[in-house]
Ligand binder design. Structure first.
Ligand code: SDX
Length: 431
């Protein structure tokens, strides 16, 4: 961050307060209001943080108007085309693309942490079989702090590093276990001979009775989905991880908090809600009815997978996901998939409709992802767990950046109080 020559001046009751303005490397400048309360005895008010930068970060940059997403400066479209999820994990964690030797070492470290403590298998037994896999993941990931005591000290850089590797390595295993448990099948152990995405698909779809061979094209599509979801600036779940981490909570508890936040249908739960909406629409001829409902102020229905707080142009991830949907469904011989047809027609109609155009509502990352995941054989309940395991690297990278920031303080927002002023207690006999 660097100070710019600009200042913002607030005049309150005749008092003038000059607030410094800071530059980043790109994107909007920020007005530093840290001294506002002390000098002006007022708070700023920004529910939902629509105009608030909560931190300094060098990890991910989004230009919502241009529809641009950069991981450490590299465009998501180029990474999705040329990189791999574990290479993107290295990039997000350490800031630079790895050399071949660095990547091989990193892949080796992650691969050798993919198993979970055998005792954790018993955790799953406590859940009902019909538990949503996200409920299981929140519980089991939070419980990791009861097992991995040698990576809980957030002040030890080495323990932070080990916690990061463990999280990236074990989240796919835990997500696969949550899936297997929900369908009554035995857990499948990770195989070190498989790459990261193939290992996840194998743990989800293999059974002990026969050999399961992962199709390379599906593994590549899975790996691309993971890359597209890896990080996304200060979204709700990442902000949750940062806020939890600001109190000094251990990394496993912070990631569990992020998983809980991601579950909401306005956030990571939208991929499940979107596919369920597309199924409810069912056929192209029913689209106008749903477009009308989405525009009706008195109807709580929203087009799931549409709109975004930051993107006021196409979400670049949605573009890649749409191409991937065509590729995967074509590979599986289901290119005439009715759900994909409804999705494409819904997108076309919405993008010509004044309501969506005026509000700059475009398909987001969740609009097409569910179509691909369903085609791969996942139930809708596994869509958000896959988002969570993919976003783990973003959460842990942002958490590490925050912990290492010397200016880091516990997050403690204030409020505009609108409740009763001081009043005396009334004994129950007098009420
Ligand atoms: C993710 O933050 C991130 O980066 C998140 C994410 C990530 O990678 O971490 O990108 C992942 O969460 C993607 C978003 C997934 N959610 C959905 O697809 C759910 C549907 N979308 C909306 O609920 C909504 O668009 C949000 C929550 C995504 C964004 O909400 P905002 O920025 O708070 O915008 P808003 O709710 O104030 O809406 C602005 C206007 C409103 O109309 P007015 O009150 O101004 O008249 O647009 C309307 C809304 O009613 N609107 C929609 C709509 N989204 C917004 N109308 C119909 N359908 C929609 N989907």
């Amino acid at each position: 961050m660097s100070a710019s020559k600009r200042t913002a001046t607030i005049t309150l009751d005749g008092k003038t307060i000059d607030l410094p303005v800071h530059h980043g490397t790109t994107g909007p400048d920020v007005v530093d209001i840290r001294k506002l309360y002390a000098e002006g005895d007022v708070f700023t008010f920004d529910p939902g943080f629509t105009s608030t930068a909560a931190c300094e970060s060098g990890i991910t940059y989004i230009d919502g108007d241009a529809g641009e997403l950069l991981y450490r400066g590299y465009p998501i479209e180029q990474l999705a085309e040329q990189s791999s999820h574990l290479e993107v994990c290295y990039l997000l964690l350490y800031g630079e693309l790895p050399t071949p030797a660095q990547l091989a070492d990193f892949e080796g470290r992650v691969t050798r942490h993919t198993m979970v403590h055998e005792q954790m298998h018993y955790f799953f037994r406590g859940f009902r079989r019909d538990s949503h896999p996200m409920a299981t993941m929140v519980g089991v990931v939070g419980a990791m702090s009861a097992f991995y005591h040698d990576s809980l000290d957030i002040n030890d850089p080495w323990q932070r590093e080990v916690a990061a590797i463990r999280m990236i390595a074990k989240l796919p295993t835990i997500a696969a276990m949550a899936y297997k448990y929900s369908i009554g099948q035995p857990f499948v152990y990770p195989k070190n001979s498989l790459d990261y995405a193939s290992n996840f698909l194998h743990m989800c779809f293999a059974v002990p009775c026969e050999e399961y061979v992962v199709k390379p094209a599906l593994a590549k599509a899975m790996d691309r989905i993971m890359m597209l979801h890896a990080d996304h600036e200060q979204n709700a779940s990442t902000s949750t991880v940062r806020l939890a981490g600001s109190s000094g909570a251990n990394p496993f508890a912070c990631i569990a908090a992020g998983i809980a936040c991601l579950w909401g249908p306005a956030h990571g739960g939208a991929n499940q809600a979107c596919l369920e909406m597309l199924r409810e629409i069912g056929t192209v001829d029913r689209i106008p009815e749903f477009i009308r409902r989405a525009k009706d102020k008195n109807d709580s229905f929203r087009l799931m997978g549409f709109g975004h707080r930051v993107y006021k142009n196409f979400d670049p991830r949605a573009k890649v996901m749409k191409e991937s949907a065509d590729e995967v469904l074509g590979l599986l011989g289901i290119e005439n998939n009715e759900t994909l047809k409804v999705a494409k027609e819904l997108e076309r109609i919405a993008l010509e409709d004044e309501y969506f155009v005026s509000k700059k509502l475009y398909p987001n990352v969740d609009f097409y992802s569910g179509i691909i995941l369903e085609a791969m054989g996942f139930p809708t309940s596994m869509f958000t767990p896959i988002f969570a395991l993919s976003r783990t690297v973003g959460w842990i990278s942002q958490w590490k950046e925050m912990i290492a920031d010397p200016a880091q303080k516990i997050g403690r927002p204030r409020q505009l109080y609108v409740g009763p002023t001081r009043r005396d207690y009334i004994a129950i006999g007098a009420r």
